[in-house]
Design a protein around this ligand. Structure first.
Ligand SMILES: Nc1ncnc2c1ncn2[C@@H]1O[C@H](COP(=O)(O)O)[C@@H](OP(=O)(O)O)[C@H]1O
Ligand SMILES: [Mg+2]
Ligand SMILES: [Mg+2]
Ligand SMILES: [Mg+2]
Length: 354
């Protein structure tokens, strides 16, 4: 068996199972949204997916720690919400029994569910085996019927070794170039649902996000950019998450003529990794915000394994060993390795001229 093959298998199946739950939640009218302290939304899908994924990790790798975005304190007070989530979690399994067994089968009780959610409380750091989990990345996109991603990565001593992104609303087809529609409402679009994976040193792949154990993985690679003016760049939908103004100035300096493709979540990393887009820019909107490791760990590895380079706006590699946040980084630039330095130079130029 190659290195991390068990971890990859567990991560892929756990993400597949969680995506069954998030899709179910999306199709139910009441998505059970509550506001967190930072006013960002969290849904019953976020909690349920976190529970299912952490349970799968803990069954297979009981000693591993998890840095997960959500925590269960709200649910311990709000028993109505808790019970809604439990009903969903209890009823979600992979249809392939052997695959379901690999990830440990069902969670046994409400208490076990809450324990699983709270097991995402690792402080992170640069020692040992730590998973970074974003059960629904792009919650706002998820609520709009747009892009979102179920994101899971394994770090060992602060270095990302395995990354998996489940993107229920991206096309399976790797050659489907991004358009302005890609980030918009994708509800019930046929042919959507893709799973991106990477293991350090072993390349990146994609395959359908189906509910089964066996599916063909295909290698993915970034597209060589022959003429940067033709490049497709993507950015967040939310102007509060990255500076649309700075990004437009950078694109214009690069000579990029096409409008940006705005989409939520790490679907941006997956899209550039498979050459459906070319560049992902995430310029800070504030001096104080620290990016969360679960928003980047899987995507960073998938892009690098597909032939890309990912750095912050100062050209530093993203450092996942600093705790729950990317405390030592500012912003993100993901681009094919061959043009990354050039893009970075332009980013620096634009930022220094402000
Ligand atoms: N001021 C800010 N700057 C950058 N990212 C932010 C932010 N406030 C929230 N976020 C993060 O942006 C993520 C979504 O990214 P994007 O805009 O690319 O879809 C959110 O993930 P969740 O949706 O998992 O909470 C959240 O963690
Ligand atoms: Mg969130
Ligand atoms: Mg997120
Ligand atoms: Mg999230």
């Amino acid at each position: 068996m190659s290195t991390y093959s068990k971890e990859l298998e567990v991560a892929e199946l756990a993400v597949q199972r969680a995506a069954i739950l998030t899709k179910k939640v999306f199709h139910e009218k009441a998505k059970g949204t509550v506001s967190k302290d930072d006013a960002s939304p969290v849904t019953i899908g976020d909690f349920g997916a976190q529970a299912l994924i952490i349970a799968a990790i803990k069954k297979n790798f009981p000693e591993d720690e998890v840095v997960g975005e959500e925590e269960a304190s709200t649910l311990r007070e709000n028993t109505k919400l808790r019970d809604e989530i439990w009903a969903l979690v209890k009823g979600t399994k992979l249809s392939d029994d052997a695959a379901e067994k690999v990830i440990g089968g069902p969670i046994e009780s409400v208490d076990d569910m809450l324990t699983a959610i709270d097991a995402g409380n690792s402080a992170g750091g640069s020692k040992g085996r730590i998973w970074a989990l974003d059960p629904i990345d792009g919650t706002k996109g998820f609520l709009r019927g747009g892009q979102y991603a179920v994101c899971l990565a394994l770090m060992v001593d602060g270095d990302v070794k395995v990354g998996v992104l489940g993107c229920p609303n991206l096309p399976v087809d790797d050659s489907a170039t991004l358009t302005a529609e890609s980030g918009k409402d994708q509800t019930d679009t046929e042919g959507n649902g893709v799973l991106f994976s990477a293991v350090l040193g072993q390349g990146a792949t994609s395959r359908p996000l189906t509910d089964g154990a066996v599916a063909n993985s295909k290698p993915i690679a970034m597209k060589p950019v022959k003429d940067i003016k033709e490049a497709i760049f993507c950015e967040s939908v939310e102007a509060g998450h990255s500076s649309h103004g700075d990004q437009a100035a950078i694109a214009s300096k690069l000579g990029i003529t096409k409008p940006s493709v705005r989409m939520d979540s790490q679907a941006k990393y997956g899209s550039v990794a498979r050459g459906a887009g070319d560049i992902y820019l995430r310029l800070p909107t504030s001096k104080t915000y620290q990016e969360k490791i679960w928003d980047h760990a899987a995507g960073d590895l998938i892009v690098r394994e597909a032939g890309g380079q990912v750095t912050d706006t100062l050209g530093r590699r993203l450092d996942f060993g600093k705790g729950r946040t990317l405390a030592e980084n500012k912003g993100v630039i993901a681009a094919p390795a061959a043009i990354h330095d050039y893009v970075l130079d332009v980013v620096k130029e634009v930022l220094s001229s402000k």
